[in-house]
Design a protein around this ligand. Structure first.
Ligand code: HEC
Length: 456
């Protein structure tokens, strides 16, 4: 939770004295919502782990050096070579594995060997804030942060309603019709957190700035050395998925289930780690980013970290590969590389591109994240025109179409979304958490409070 400057505090006190008795809950300020830890506070008798938002963002831009960003010293092949059948395979080219493992080493520094529920994921290592969270993610009453570990619900139906299109599913396990929810928490390292901190003021309002003719949140784009990590947990019981045996079991104040439906009502229940996503800024990449993912697959490793198997890396969207071109003209992918040796159920993304175990397999990491834009007009939040249809559209990945051409273009900050249908949006340099935060702030501006969660 943010320490508000003294001015804000005294103002808040004045408001409390004049309104508190009449309406105890009304008039929560933008800052209250933005820097809130969780949708619901823990009950009084709760003595388990409790999530606190890490929001003391660095005030100056930290920089990268050989010891804190060692992967930047590893030159993974990111060029395009159509004389080769496809980019060198994961097995042929050791540097892919070295690159992603160097990122994992950085992520696990100072964390417990078994990533147990009590320790969770520490944001403060050796007395220093090392990892930071995004504001505004405890606003949405259905999907917002829960109080044990700050997980948010990635259930997709509400967003499907939002776009008014058939929903392709953001994160779904193979038998998701039985209803397994995904709950996740993402963090930025100090280099990335500098950008986040520039973009939000203490009152929880976005700071929009114009630099070199580009309008977006202040501090964009993320600097080289930025690392983002996201831990994805599932409600699936490991008894149903053999390779999840021994996967970290965390408590989460998550939706209660009744028959095949998840209710608004929350209760502390278990979830298990299934996937760990990473993303780093690397200027050698044509998108400026390299995305990678790990699947939890038990192979009797000494620690939990040893059971995280790399699934692959992605640095572009492969615009020369179907469905960004017709099937007959399709060339093999060059901007994703997949570890096909994983010996467990695994799927990848659209046509050889990278997606994770619980991601939509018609999609790919960077195609979805490449749609991280927000409306410049701010308060005029128009449903559907606010951002490109990154979560799905008719024919996603299955037919050559203009939507697919746009979705699978390799772009980078500060370009507009391809296709020309979304001019004048602010480019958020692939951060979908920034997009969600801006969306939530926007809803607050309109209604002054979140919509109540209602059971369907
Ligand atoms: C269909 C869309 C979609 C796909 C595919 C997808 N993501 Fe995300 N991702 C999201 C959304 C939405 C968020 C923000 C919500 C959240 O973190 O709770 C997000 C958040 C993240 C974050 C936290 C930082 C941020 O940008 O908000 C990382 C890191 C990340 N994803 C990595 C990956 C990786 C790696 C892959 C592929 C293995 C992937 N994602 C595939 C939609 C997607």
């Amino acid at each position: 939770m943010k320490n508000l400057p003294t001015m804000g505090l005294s103002l808040a006190l004045v408001l409390v004295t004049s309104h508190a008795l009449a309406q105890p809950k009304a008039h929560q300020s933008s800052g209250d919502w933005a820097w809130k830890d969780a949708v619901q506070a823990p009950p009084k008798n709760w003595n388990g782990p409790t999530f606190t938002l890490s929001d003391q963002y660095p005030k100056t831009q930290p920089s990268c050096n050989a010891t804190n960003c060692p992967w930047l010293n590893i030159a993974i092949p990111m060029g395009v070579n159509f004389d080769q059948p496809e980019s060198p395979s994961w097995e042929q080219e050791q540097r892919y594995q070295q690159y992603i493992m160097a990122i994992l080493d950085y992520v696990k520094r100072g964390q417990s060997a078994d990533l147990n529920n009590n320790d969770g994921f520490q944001t403060n290592i050796d007395g220093e804030d090392r990892w930071f969270h995004i504001p505004w993610m405890a606003f949405d009453q259905r999907t917002g942060r829960e109080f044990v570990h700050g997980l948010t619900n990635e259930r997709t139906a509400s967003l499907g309603d939002f776009f008014g299109k058939p929903w392709q599913g953001l994160h779904s396990l193979p038998d998701s019709s039985a209803g397994y929810e995904t709950w996740a928490v993402g963090m930025y390292n100090d280099i990335g957190a500098y950008t986040i901190g520039q973009g939000w003021d203490p009152a929880g309002l976005p700071v929009i700035s114009q630099q070199n003719g580009i309008t977006t949140t202040k501090g964009m784009p993320f600097a080289e050395g930025t690392v983002v990590v996201k831990f994805l947990f599932s409600t699936v019981p490991p008894s149903q998925v053999a390779y999840l045996q021994g996967s970290p079991k965390w408590q989460a104040n998550r939706h209660r289930q009744q028959d095949k439906q998840y209710l608004c009502q929350r209760q502390v229940q278990d979830v298990h780690l299934v996937q760990v996503d990473v993303a780093v800024v690397d200027k050698r990449s044509p998108t400026r980013w390299v995305y990678g993912t790990f699947a939890y697959i038990n192979r009797n490793g000494a620690t939990v970290w040893d059971n995280l198997q790399p699934v692959g890396l992605q640095w572009g969207m492969d615009p020369w590969t179907f469905p960004a071109v017709p099937q007959a003209a399709s060339l093999p992918v060059q901007q994703s590389v997949l570890n096909t040796q994983i010996r467990a159920f695994e799927h990848f993304g659209c046509n050889g591109r990278l997606a994770g175990p619980v991601d939509n397999k018609q999609s790919s990491c960077l195609s979805c994240h490449g749609g991280a834009y927000a409306n410049q007009a701010g308060a005029t939040f128009e449903i559907g025109s606010y951002s490109p249809p990154i979560f799905g559209f008719d024919g996603l990945c299955t037919q050559f179409s203009q939507d697919n051409v746009n979705y699978f273009q390799t772009t980078q900050f500060p370009q507009d979304y391809s296709g020309g249908n979304y001019p004048n949006l602010m480019n958020l340099d692939t951060s979908l958490q920034m997009q969600i935060a801006l969306q939530q702030w926007n809803l607050f501006e309109q209604a002054g409070q979140p919509a109540q969660c209602e059971d369907k």
